[in-house]
Write a protein that binds this ligand. Structure first.
Ligand code: 13P
Length: 247
């Protein structure tokens, strides 16, 4: 299995003092010789400060969104170049909270992924089905369309599968469900991207915790985890990182 990636999505959490403390604790607590790649994605306002904190550590830095343009009349937006300028390497795109609360559609996400890649960022593109879609047997159909619409030609980033019903609920998808969905996603990636589709990492996200991480990360083809709530607690986050390293 290739190197697993553990990404902490802090969402809209983190003021100056607690963010710095959390980043330092995570960097200091990384297991020696860890085989996992670790990335933290704080809010935009903390990126500059955390860039200098994680600079010479093994913790990578990501943002939670970006605009598709390099610059211009887009009040309140942040371009991919502004992120690389700070030392940011990753960007989460198309998170369900942005799709739901900010009207982002597959096309928006795809354009952002192109722009992010061009700027030198690694996009982490999120897809996932709602509870209704799941109940009506539409999971694979929904994910198939999201892959087709959200990932640009020649995509070389990371895909994150986050079932919306599992986000923030404490109820992660079962290992059987994850296994089945990931094998579908892998087949779709190969259908769409050919040989490259074999090497795109697929992360699982949705109520990943210190308790369930080992089981989830041991599933065939899980390339890592996108962690929300548990990434705010360094102890829990570091346990998840250790679970990845052990895999
Ligand atoms: P939780 O881990 O809090 O369920 O959040 C998952 C998520 O949305 C990460 O992007």
């Amino acid at each position: 299995m290739s190197r697993q990636i553990i990404v902490g999505n802090w969402k809209m959490n983190g003021l100056t003092a607690d963010s710095a403390e959390r980043a330092r604790t995570i960097a200091a607590g990384l297991p020696a010789g860890s085989s996992a790649e670790v990335v933290i994605c704080p809010p935009f306002t903390q990126l500059a400060a955390l860039a200098s904190i994680v600079k010479d550590t093994r913790v990578g830095l990501g943002a939670q969104n970006c605009h598709k343009d390099e610059k211009g009349a887009h009040t309140g937006d942040i371009s991919p170049q502004m992120l690389t300028d700070l030392g940011v390497s990753y960007v989460i795109l198309g998170h369900s909270e942005r799709r739901q609360n900010h009207g982002e559609i597959d096309e928006t996400v795809r354009e952002k992924a192109v722009a992010a890649t061009k700027a030198g960022l690694t996009p982490i593109v999120c897809i996932g089905e709602t509870e209704d879609q799941r109940q009506s047997g539409e999971t694979q159909n929904t994910l198939g369309w999201q892959i087709k619409g959200s990932l640009p030609d020649g995509f070389s980033g990371i895909l994150a599968y986050e079932p919306i019903w599992a986000i923030g609920t404490g109820l992660a998808a079962t290992p059987d469900d994850i296994r089945e969905t990931l094998s579908f996603l892998r087949a779709e990636l190969i259908r769409q991207f050919g040989e490259t589709g074999k090497s795109i990492s697929i992360l699982y996200g949705g109520s990943v915790s210190a308790d369930n991480a080992a089981e989830i990360l041991a599933i065939q083809d899980v390339g890592g985890a996108l962690v929300g709530g548990a990434s705010l607690k360094p102890d829990a986050f570091l346990s998840i990182v250790r679970a990845a390293s052990a895999g």
